[in-house]
Design a protein around this ligand. Structure first.
Ligand code: SF4
Length: 231
């Protein structure tokens, strides 16, 4: 089995051990999923968990959202910060009505025409709402790639690096993109964290470049003592 195949297989295999339960993972409604992804941008998922259920109950369709007063919308999502987001949500709902008959489109080029919707949100909607086997790439996913595969982007903003997206796309298992993408998001959030990754309980450690390097460094530092630890 290639290292890439092992990575995806093990992530999916062990996902049940660390999966997170979020309210937006219980719906297949593309509009709700689009709203959740806009809310999640640069925002703590726990805060979104508090706001999202009430929000979609109140604004259950693009029409309901499009006629909402901006001042009320701002109050409804105040907890999330980034206050331009109320405006964006309202504009997106209007575009959905004007251009897409009140539906979230299934096509990437059409999703990208929505205000503030880039590659990440587009693919998240395609994957989580429409079951497409497409990759999602953010700073956390890139961190996992950097550690496990020693992958380095030459771009200042790796998230915009087409090669990273290509690499990520090749990893997505056919027919299992939704579970794989959720698995890598949760793995990055809970196991392969930015600070103090939990390497000693990580099922990928045997093949992880970062882990192997850490062992060598620790072993060198501890010369004399037999104890190995993760730096
Ligand atoms: S061994 Fe550590 S660095 Fe490597 S993938 Fe697992 S948690 Fe991340």
């Amino acid at each position: 089995m290639t290292k890439e195949k092992l990575f995806a297989t093990k992530l999916c295999l062990h996902y049940k051990n660390y999966r997170r339960n979020f309210p937006w993972r219980k719906t297949k409604n593309p509009f709700y999923i689009l709203i959740s992804e806009i809310m999640l941008q640069k925002t703590d998922a726990r805060k979104v968990s508090e706001v999202f259920p009430h929000f979609i109950a109140k604004y259950s369709s693009p029409h309901a959202l499009s006629i909402a007063r901006l001042s009320i919308l701002r109050k409804d999502i105040f907890l999330l910060g980034i206050h331009d987001r109320a405006n964006r949500l309202k504009k997106i709902s209007k575009i959905l009505i004007a251009k897409f008959n009140g539906h979230v489109p299934k096509e990437k080029d059409k999703l990208l025409t929505l205000k503030g919707v880039g590659d990440y949100i587009t693919n998240a909607v395609l994957c989580f709402a429409f079951n497409k086997d497409v990759p999602i790439v953010d700073a956390n996913v890139i961190r996992v790639f950097e550690r496990f595969f020693s992958l380095k982007s030459k771009k200042l903003r790796p998230r915009t690096d087409k090669l990273i997206w290509q690499f990520a796309g090749d990893l997505v298992p056919k027919g299992n993109g939704k579970e794989y993408n959720r698995a890598i998001l949760d793995f990055a959030a809970l196991i392969c964290t930015a600070i103090n990754p939990s390497c000693l309980r990580c099922h990928l450690s045997k093949k992880c470049d970062y882990f192997a390097t850490s062992l060598i460094i620790s072993s060198t530092k501890a010369s004399g003592s037999k104890k190995l630890s993760i730096t």
